[in-house]
Design a protein around this ligand. Sequence first.
Ligand code: TAP
Length: 485
Amino acid sequence: MPTGFEYAPAPESRAVVDIASSYGLFVGGEFVDPADGASFKTVNPATGERLSDVAEAGAADVDAAVRAARRAYTQVWGPMSGAERGKYLFRIARILQERAREFAVLETLDNGKPIKESRDVDIPLAAAHFFYHAGWADKLEYAGLTTGARPAPLGVIGQVIPWNFPLLMLAWKIAPALATGNTVVLKPAETTPLTALLFAQVCQQADLPAGVVNIVTGAGATGQALTEHPDVDKIAFTGSTDVGKQIARTIAGTRKRLTLELGGKGANIVYDDAAIDQAVEGIVSGIYFNQGHVCCAGSRLLVQESVADDVVRRLQRRLGTLRVGDPMDKNTDVGAINSAEQLARITALVEAGEAEGATRWSAPCELPDRGYWFAPTIFTDVSQAHRVAQEEIFGPVLSVLTFRTPAEAVAKANNTPYGLSAGIWSDKGSRVLWTADRLRAGVVWANSFNKFDPTSPFGGYKESGYGREAGRHGLEAYVAAGSED
Ligand code: TAP
């Protein structure tokens, strides 16, 4: 066992994955204890039970991680050829595939998402991200991402990620940074550190040079220490708009680069000529997938007035068939809310919706009596000024608004501070294109929703952040020769 591991599997996970009773930080290729010995517990949100104790990194630990990353950058990873770097990324991708079952179970235990989603979405997409970027590592020159014939990495990258797709967000951050020759220090979210720590073991298994990837676990203060560290060349942040703004203020006036992937309030626009049953499926996956803990969720349904009653009726019928409960059950559609804090946030916004006069309907389902749960919910009679139409709920709650004309649909869709995602449902290609052209959203899906692919750039307008992840555009954020210069 590596240093910092005290092995004692949690009872519920014994069969598939070994969860240590405590974890150290991953710094310089090894698991180490934090300087002041602090730790916090991570729990299974479906039961409230403790899974493990995880080290809490302070400023001294973050400094040690940044120094390890700097050494690795200068001595090994920076000078290495793209073809060699690519081999490591391919190796990591293959190990993620080989250990997919272990990762899926661990993700579901720590996050609360249904096992069928971690098994079929999170883990395969994380592996796909490493495969995709492995392929880029020796081709940067052809994409104009080098200075002369040399790649121009930025150096040491500090990365901070949220809890909704823990391994996938890690892959979105680490794969492009490594492919372009940078080294990283990554802080996972406090409530979901376990798959990042299993990923650290994958780095060891792949013989990745020490210090190329460092994982510092902890709360917001750990993330802040990382963003404030003077020897970090760039911060890549995914999380809430409030914390994103705080980080932008911290970084202003320094030499650091910054990319921000923040919140959203996506509109799913359904025209009267849409295939309604297909649209209803898209609305359901748009907002109830991953309990609505999705930055690009279709959390506002904009439906044309003439079909609104029919769509809402069919939607309620469909929600009645969703299975809410044990995330480890392969038939579960909606799992647990990730934390008590998030449940409180959802509950408060739903209460605000009721108080402001919107009509609430929740699916008639029996919720487990321990852990954190919220029944799939729909608000009708919503006006644009209501908080449930403006603020990100980040839970299984849909706000329904209606429109008469395409122009009204676009105006309402664009009427939030966010601009991350949107969906359009229509039988007419010309109407889809007309609408897509006018939406201020980084991603627009047509007759589908929540489709992801490592080749497609992803990112926001307005308060949803700046910079793109994935595709060729995503690489630009990690090189000096990209379009940012
Ligand atoms: P946040 O509360 O913003 O947390 C995100 C990360 O930042 C966590 O690791 C958090 O640590 C850390 N953090 C908190 N305070 C910090 C500070 N002052 N300095 C540096 N780091 C700090 O968001 P969340 O609740 O985890 O995630 C939900 C949000 O993420 C939603 O708004 C969602 O839309 C957004 N999101 C966006 C995207 C994209 S691609 N746009 C994707 C996924 C999620 P702790 O975990 O310890 O608080």
